[in-house]
Write a protein that binds this ligand. Sequence first.
Ligand SMILES: N[C@@H](CCC(=O)N[C@@H](CS)C(=O)NCC(=O)O)C(=O)O
Length: 202
Amino acid sequence: MRLYQGMGPNSYRVRIFLKEKAIEVPMVEIDFMKGEHKAPEFLTLNSLGQIPVLELDDGTIITESVAICRYFEEIHPEPPLFGSDAVSCARVEMWNRRVEFELFGTVGNVALHSDALFKDRLVQFPAFAETERQAVPRKWAWLDRELADGRPFLAGENFSVADISGAVCGWLAEVFGMEIPAELERVQRWHERVRSRPSWSA
Ligand SMILES: N[C@@H](CCC(=O)N[C@@H](CS)C(=O)NCC(=O)O)C(=O)O
């Protein structure tokens, strides 16, 4: 088994997940800045030219960071990071999707539509990047209001993959100058709680 990964929030999401589970997986470093994820041999692993990619011993390829995490959840259920009963599983799914669609998507659009790294991947609309950048503080404020019930983690009392998704999105937001506004104390505290876990160093 090996995990092809490199710089970027989706690889980090899987690496943090593995660290939380104390699973060791051989890693292949893909140099994102050199465009190794778009090399012909890498495209045979993932036709979208994206990292991360998990290759199993029998040659099975799994792409999509959340799908890779789910695979590891199945073969290593403890500690549960996708929930442990009908309600908690649904809430983790709900929050992971909310983070993906509301935050990650918006922050990602700023990166995709403004950074030269992505100029060959899509037609960039800098004005759209700017609109999305302006929306990000509103998204963090929404999350802050959501956390007003005092729960420590996005899906409830327990740390989950949704928190990992949210925190790596926070990392990407910082890289592109969209830090969580200082006055949003609940999101700040949640972010700090997640980033102070040993797995963040992964
Ligand atoms: N939905 C995919 C997204 C993967 C993705 O976009 N990875 C980025 C790095 S974090 C990438 O390889 N981008 C290059 C590209 O999209 O061309 C996942 O969750 O794994």
